[in-house]
Design a protein around this ligand. Sequence first.
Ligand SMILES: [Zn+2]
Length: 422
Amino acid sequence: MDVRNDQPQGLVTAGQRAELMRQGNASAVLRAVLAHGPVSRAEIARHTGLSAPSVTKLTSTLVGAGLIGELPPMEPTQGRPRVPLRVDPDGTVALGLHIGLLRTTFGLVALDGSVIAERELSHGELPDLTPARITRQAAEGVRAFLAERLGGRRLAGTGVTIGGWVDDAQGTVVEHGPLGWRGVPLLDLLAQELPGPLLLEQTVRAIARAELWFGAGREVDDFVLVFIGNVSGAAIVVDRTVHRGPGAAAGAIDHLPATDDPAVRCPQCGTGCLGVTASDTALVAQARAAGVIPAAPQASGPEPDNLALERLVAAARPAGTGTGDPRAQQLLRLRARNAGRAISTIVDLVNPSRVVLAGGILIADEYLDELRREVACRSHRGEDVAADIVPAVFGSRTLVRSSAVPVLERVITEPLTALGLL
Ligand SMILES: [Zn+2]
């Protein structure tokens, strides 16, 4: 074994330490621009505690790398004109790509989390949903999209998200029930096809990371993101890091108890769990069975669940002189309560500063108070907890942004490494 005598193992050299410090300072400058931009160099110095010459040096590196750009100088109130800096939307961007059950969605996202352009590819035209088929379609679509839309921007990498159980460190999809995938080496399949570096993340965790950097998590360092849509999942954020656990298996909440109704039993866990009572799929099935929305296929084929859900919510809402369908209202109220019961278990276990809700549950937001009341009623934290249950800032259209966040996060926290400047 080669052990150098002049450097104790595990310690960094003075040169490495200086580089780490430069990287940390560059990241601090970038974060100040993201949080306060457009912002002058003097204000950056104030926000970061760095010296004026350091800020000047670091900002010129970041401008040169296309991460931030200068706006026209502002008239000075005293002394020299101030040149505001902001994130450059035509500079460095990330590609975000989400593989869903019905479609693959991808797009370009700027460093501040804003989506520049996005595109959808339906899986409806594919003969089957095998990993090879879906990744080939995605690769071809992305190539054409980038040729049209990237322009002179610099691409920092591609973030890929998919639902189910995802082991991001191994780059694999351990299990994706709806697609019927098991043990799929997704990053290997995409490695030659998409612009690298490639980072894989599970959808719900990616949504949590997007909220952490650009949304509801900017004000708190710990929260739980609860996604209730066609599937359910939670991402537990502690000290601004998403908890994963062994095999990245954390966050499965489908089988948390949600109702005592003996008529509702999950074939897998045998209880009235979140999955069988409160998912979008379960809600649509209940509405169809009760005749609140059409059970029979539409003329053009069976109505997709997302449209059926919108139809149910529309039926519940008062329109004109009508008061809305009370059966639809009751179903939505019950779903909110059942979700609230499951969430109260999470709240008591984790005691997060916030519960951030995402997914189809946000479509009928007039029932969120019902959900809050149920959590408050069951949690040992009592009524105060209700105010800490908030909808995700980015709502339901967040897949492209969330998918890109792992790449953006790398650029923001390690700008010099990410751009090959270290
Ligand atoms: Zn269950």
